[in-house]
Design a protein around this ligand. Structure first.
Ligand code: IVH
Length: 691
């Protein structure tokens, strides 16, 4: 009935449809909230809601007093709804010293091939959670958390409760604008909240960041509203017409449009200014009303930012200069061994709980056996412990003067403490590994946890505790079992049979929680290629590497075939993947057990081929390029980054798989090889024209 393009709607039609949507969504809300009998799927519900938003964006004068967009409390059913960011929300590279900042600036200059001074904006790095707020026709329409950078949680209703966030913008703001920044809780509000919670015997928060996160991620926005959250805006996502040419100019716009910006943002002309700004922020840090954990430097000119572009997850034009780690003294009570997903035995120290920069720390990693020896750490020692950002706390060193007479040296085991298999240390390897493979319960469990983790299948319903229990009871032995669990559960007729898992009969569970779990699992039966590759848990293959593999292979089957055939030429030609990684990948696919799990999995799920839609229409998409000789109009790094951005692969050597050789001045043997193989050679200018 109501499926006309929004741009084609007449005002009467829009009015009628908004009336219909208001009624339909209210009915659905009440069925869901009051009667506990939802009749719309999440997707149907979201579709109606989006349609409502979109019509209102075009006809703001028709917004009804009972509009569904004004209603808070209509949270998506299984937790929050998802929002896919139209532009990914990236993170920042970290550095810890001024030398590294200088290296960063030199790198920027080298990339741009310039000796001129470059201005940077220096901004306090707010220790909160990032958000993205979308405005259409100058009205706030939706808000999201960063999530995995690609997809975040829909926190529209919660953001609306933050008084500092403007809900409408002045006429000179662009038609489409996504403003991004940080949600934080001021120290004062944090202490007040904790005091109140302590008085009410409720669990308190460890630090303002956790309090802000816990408050923003409340399904009931009324709770968010009570918690006094604040924001600072500092960057943008999608924008229909960018009116600013620099980060400084952007801040001017933000201020004019009513967004809070940090008063300590400073434009720096050179490294001296940067150094001063860092020292100043370090000095005032503890007296600021909110937590900051470092300083962010951004190339001020947007033109230069655009030339610099991005690495996999971070921009080349910005960096975070983190404050030095916070330290404290404590005592080592015990040292124990943890067995990881790849069998690595990691020693962990249990320490006397201690407050390190606002967080209570009770254990610290000791990395490996050499590290314990090198630092001569013994049980009973007093040590200096430190934490930097989200990093697992580390032990800096022992206070020898305080060593008690009976301090015990730790003897590193040569057997796995979980499955008692031999734990061996390969030559040149710092870690000792359990040889039990998947017969080792610790490895099997960790692999399951990795499989469902945030950057992999992201199945929130399968928390660590459930995995542990299900593994012990034999319900989940390997990742493929996750997708057969519903089938194995059996019907819900109490008298039907003794067969089946009947999870709904478990203590503390019920039909609803079991249904939710199945729903969460079934929602992940289609998965993107990079997530799937990462989820397999191949040694050394993190999500950035998985993305590189996905981009270069496009489909899982072609990657798997190469690995099974021990064909590594293609994989090692990928920039960023080395021979050692390739060996680990090949080894993974030589293990029959792994192949069997993959085969079982592929019967249950669909792995999407990787199509880089933004680039598939470029001349260079999927083409392999080799650069040779000196380029004169841009640096090799810049040319390479541009080609990669357009979906090309860049290789270091010419082979029959090469599509183009880009020849700069004084090209050597590569150009000759290309000629012999009949490969298309482009001059630098031809290349630029094609770009
Ligand atoms: S800019 C592409 N500016 O730091 C760059 N981030 O490690 C996007 N953050 O996820 C980020 N203060 O949550 C930027 N002034 C600031 C920031 C800031 C805090 C956080 C943000 C981001 C993380 C990156």
């Amino acid at each position: 009935m109501f499926d006309k393009e929004i741009s084609a709607l007449s005002i009467e039609e829009a009015k009628a449809e908004l009336e219909y949507l208001a009624k339909e969504l209210a009915k659905s809300d009440s069925a869901y909230y009051q009667d506990d009998a939802p009749y719309l799927t999440d997707a149907q519900y979201d579709k109606l809601k989006h349609r409502n938003f979109d019509i209102e964006a075009r006809f703001p004068e028709l917004i009804r007093p009972d509009s569904p967009s004004k209603k808070v409390g209509a949270a998506a059913k299984s937790g929050f709804g998802k929002i896919t960011h139209r532009f990914p929300m990236l993170s920042l590279g970290d550095v810890f010293s001024l030398e590294e900042v200088e290296d960063f600036i030199l790198g920027v200059k080298r990339f741009l091939n310039t000796a001129e001074g470059i201005a940077f904006m220096s901004e306090p790095k707010i220790d909160g959670l990032s958000f993205s707020a979308r405005y259409e026709n100058r009205r706030f329409v939706s808000g999201a958390t960063r999530g995995d950078g690609t997809t975040g949680e829909d926190i529209t209703a919660n953001l609306k409760t933050i008084k500092q966030l403007p809900l409408t913008l002045p006429d000179d703001a662009p038609d489409i604008l996504e403003v991004r920044g940080e949600v934080y809780m001021a120290k004062e509000d944090f202490f007040a909240l904790n005091e109140r919670y302590a008085a009410e015997n409720k669990k308190t928060f460890a630090n303002p960041r956790n309090a802000a996160a816990g408050s923003l991620r409340q399904l009931d926005p009324k709770i968010t509203a009570e918690r006094n959250l604040s924001i600072f805006a500092y960057t943008w996502g999608e924008v229909s017409a960018r009116k600013w040419q620099s980060q400084a100019g952007f801040f001017d716009c933000l201020k004019a449009w009513g967004f809070p910006t940090n008063p300590h943002n400073t434009l720096c002309q050179n490294i001296k200014d940067i150094e001063q700004s860092f020292a100043h922020l370090m000095e005032i840090r503890s007296s600021l009303p909110y937590d900051i954990d470092g300083v962010v430097y951004k190339v001020n000119s947007i033109e230069l930012q655009e030339r610099l572009g991005f690495l996999t997850r971070t921009p080349r034009w910005a960096i975070a200069h983190k404050f030095p780690a916070e330290q404290a003294f404590t005592k080592i009570n015990n040292i124990r061994i943890q067995v990881g997903r790849t069998g690595a035995l990691t020693p962990v120290a249990d320490v006397e709980p201690i407050n390190v920069g606002g967080v209570i720390v009770s254990h610290a990693t000791l990395h490996n056996e050499d590290e314990i020896k090198r630092k001569d750490i013994r049980i009973g020692d007093t040590v200096i412990i430190q934490r930097a950002g989200d990093v697992i706390p580390q032990i800096v060193g022992v206070v020898l003067e305080k060593r008690p007479a009976g301090a015990q040296e730790f003897i590193f085991p040569d057997k796995c403490p979980v499955c008692f298999s031999h734990a061996i240390r390969e030559e040149d390897e710092a870690v000792r590994r359990c040889t039990g493979g998947l017969s080792c319960p610790a490895q099997a469990k960790e692999r399951l946890k990795h499989f469902v983790s945030k950057d992999a299948f992201d199945i929130a319903g399968l928390g660590d505790k459930i995995i542990e229990d299900f593994y012990l009871e034999g319900i989940l032995k390997n990742p493929a079992d996750i997708f057969t669990i519903e089938h194995r559960n059996g019907g819900d007729d109490l008298f039907s049979s003794a067969q089946g898992l009947h999870l709904e009969r478990r203590e503390g569970w019920g039909k609803k929680s079991v249904d939710n779990l199945f729903k969460a699992i079934n929602a992940k039966r289609t998965i993107s290629l990079p997530r799937f590759i990462y989820a397999l848990g191949i040694r050394q293959v993190g999500s950035a590497t998985a993305l590189l593999i996905a981009k270069n292979y496009g489909s899982f089957s072609s990657f798997m075939q190469d690995m099974i055939n021990k064909e590594t030429a293609k994989i090692v030609s990928i920039d960023g993947i080395g021979a050692a990684m390739a060996t680990d990948m090949v080894e993974f696919f030589q293990e029959p057990h792994n192949i069997s799990i993959i085969e079982q999995l592929l019967k249950e799920i669909k792995v999407e081929d990787f199509i880089d839609t933004s680039r598939s229409d470029s001349v260079f998409s999927d083409k392999t390029l080799v650069f040779t000789g000196t380029l004169t109009q841009m640096t090799r790094a810049e040319a390479k980054a541009k080609a990669l951005d357009l979906g090309a692969k860049v290789s270091g050597s010419v082979s029959k798989n090469t599509d183009y050789v880009i020849m700069g001045a004084d090209a050597g043997s590569k150009a000759k090889v290309a000629q012999e193989l009949g490969i298309k050679i482009l001059s630098e200018t031809e290349f630029l024209n094609l770009l």
